[in-house]
Write a protein that binds this ligand. Sequence first.
Ligand code: BG6
Length: 474
Amino acid sequence: MSLPFPQGFLWGGSVAANQLEGAYQEDGKGLSIQDVLPHGVKTPPTKEPTEDNLRLVGIDFYHRYHEDIKLFAEMGFKTFRTSIAWSRIFPKGDETEPNEKGLQFYDRLFDECLKYGIEPMVTLSHYETPLHLAREYNGWANRKLVDFYTHFARTVFTRYKNKVKYWLTFNEINSILEHPFMSGGIVTPKKELRLQDLYQAIHHELVASAAAVKIGHEINPEFMIGCMVLSLPTYPLTPHPDDVIQAMFTDHQNTFFLEVHARGRYPGYMKRFFKESGIHLHFEPGDEETLAHTVDFIAFSYYMSICETAGPENRPKGEGNLFGGVTNPYLPSSEWGWQIDPQGLRYIMNVFHDRYQKPLFIVENGLGAADQPITNDGGELTVEDDYRIDYLRAHLLQVAEAIADGVEVWGYLVWGCIDLVSNSTAEMKKRYGLIYVDRQDDGTGTLRRYRKKSFHWYRKVIGSNGQSLYEDES
Ligand code: BG6
């Protein structure tokens, strides 16, 4: 059989600074919005960081990254995606001068990756807006954020121009629709936030993202700069044309961000939506030209699909990755109620490819589960996570199908390749890793790292460039 995955396919794993670094005030770091979200998106922010916020320590990656990168190298990672915590570089977000100690940390981290031939991929903004920008400016609702963000982007692009080639502008930029504080640092409670202000904030992010693409390419023309969305294949619940149109509408709302990033302009359906909703986007002079700086590739997370229906019946919303949707009667769910749909990945890759004709990069995919560690014959802790292997394998086989369909995809990164604090619920119990970290929800644990069964499985997958996925079958 010919190999489905192209030579040079970028296998690896993905994390975000706020979910694993810890050291939340070390070396001059300022507070980020995550430092006041001890229970994720489920409860409102606290005034100050509280001890029950697991992110304050994370998995102590800030001090243990040597060991972790070595384990990633042992699995054969070609790429490691992390974010730069904005508040390490600009503690409040609106300073002119960066915090040198914060910059030095990422110098050391990227050097460590490069030592093993691992290509770092950096997200500029992964749900970690400096808290000061949220409280003082109301986050992205304020146009000034465009300047603060582009200054941050310019600073890190310049600093790491010879170390980092792959960049993402905003993690899951479309999640601002559901979570304006976590995603956009907007303190106005969601219920009180006018659509006008929400979409103006989105416009600010889109302009900032395009400006970052322009600046990045000026600093190093070799940079590959992508946008990143939360992908959510949206199926009509029934073949009734009303359901089909409703599914199309929901999909448009969630993915118009890609249209702007890939084509450099707002699509007609959004112009119609703005008109019918009484939304008047304010464009500053030059915004149109800035938006024309389109991305080099489209990155996305994929965990699940949803259904949509026009009728009020069957509308109970299931759990889901920040959005949720109408439950699909044909799919099983994870322990956290996220519906598992490997074929949805092939489907969405084809949709994105057909629409945008840009290379794709799957930068997040994985299974959150309550792992039960056991002691193996050698006396070491491990996790027999066959369920995770099954999940990853099923999804990777669909990536191979999409490649066979003609989709250009540069790589695949397992989310939370090492156990970390989950985002939406801020817990350790929900684990994604191929590496088990002994840290528990009550804050106890040695923080020691252990290889899970999936660690050895993924090493084989990478080592064979995907061929072992087919051998498992026999
Ligand atoms: C994505 C985020 O939404 O999904 C990650 O980019 C997050 O930050 C991941 O961790 C999984 O979600 P959760 O809520 O299970 O951690």
